[in-house]
Design a protein around this ligand. Structure first.
Ligand SMILES: [Zn+2]
Length: 290
């Protein structure tokens, strides 16, 4: 009998200790910032909302049969149905029956001043895109938060080198640092390594191509872009040429940058392309390096 009583006391003690531990674990951490409405021009916005969206990997891949359940939400991983043509950088269907009349939107040199607002614009228009980022734009916590926000909005984050050098002007070891160090930094911020690489100025080397492959990144340049040319550093002119250029064709890979005029032109670029019958490739649907 005494043994049982001791046993019960012990059990109660354990329960008590467990309860205390739980309590201490659940103490609210001292978050102060709320979800205020954000002035889009203010880069230093808080990113609390992003923290709630951490992906919960619960092995959903096993349940191929229960796909119907997720039709309401945009699926995280659309079926891989396009590949990047390594000769002309166009995005092409990997088999018949896939929509050919598509373009891919890419935004380079991010996140400088406009990337977050550009992402918000694209998100509101339900247009996917790749943001190719540079390490030198990721020097502050605020920029880390912006990158995380852009990624949490569903956009692909690509590697555009750490410091934007011409890779043909630097050593193999320096090229490795430019690619790998940025991937390390991006992974530390968003929790995954980039799956796309674009060299500054489109200037690759044998070494950079090899490193990109080691890092499992799809390499791409672009089909056309205009926003760095003087005549098109203007939203109206830029929107016009991006939609009416002779280079617009099925699978075109459109290059834009984190710039004020591009940000301003973005809604017209999207609506103009839609009026011409194009839809937008989801980077998640592009075949990756195995
Ligand atoms: Zn660039």
């Amino acid at each position: 009998m005494k043994k049982i009583t001791t046993g019960i006391s012990l059990l109660l003690l354990i329960l008590f200790i467990t309860a205390c531990n739980n309590e201490s674990v659940d103490e609210p951490d001292t978050e102060t910032a709320g979800n205020e409405e954000v002035d889009p021009s203010n880069e230093a916005e808080d990113s609390d909302s992003a923290e709630q969206d951490l992906p919960a990997d619960d092995g959903a891949e096993d349940s191929e049969e229960s796909d119907e359940e997720v039709t309401e939400e945009t699926p995280d991983e659309p079926e891989v149905s396009y590949q990047v043509n390594q000769n002309n950088w166009a995005v092409e269907p990997i088999e018949e029956g896939i929509d050919e009349k598509v373009v891919l939107l890419t935004i380079d040199d991010a996140p400088d001043g406009q990337a977050l607002e550009m992402a918000q614009t694209l998100k509101s228009l339900e247009v996917p895109a790749i943001f190719f980022v540079n390490g030198h734009f990721l020097a502050t916590d605020e920029k880390h938060d912006i990158l995380k926000d852009i990624h949490d909005m569903g956009f692909a984050i690509g590697n555009h080198t750490f410091n934007h050098p011409n890779l043909q002007d630097i050593s193999g070891e320096e090229q490795r640092q430019q690619l790998v160090d940025l991937n390390d930094l991006i992974e530390s911020i968003i929790g995954e390594r980039p799956q796309f690489f674009r060299a500054p100025f489109g200037a690759n080397t044998d070494e950079s191509l090899a490193i990109a492959e080691e890092e499992n990144m799809v390499v791409m340049n672009w089909s056309y872009g205009y926003d760095w040319e003087k005549d098109y550093q203007d939203a109206t002119n830029l929107a016009d040429i991006m939609v009416n250029t002779e280079f617009l064709r099925d699978g075109a890979n459109l290059l834009m940058h984190d710039r004020t005029w591009t940000n301003e032109a973005l809604p017209d670029i999207v609506s103009g392309l839609r009026e011409r019958g194009y839809s937008f490739v989801d980077p998640d649907a592009i075949k990756k390096v195995d």
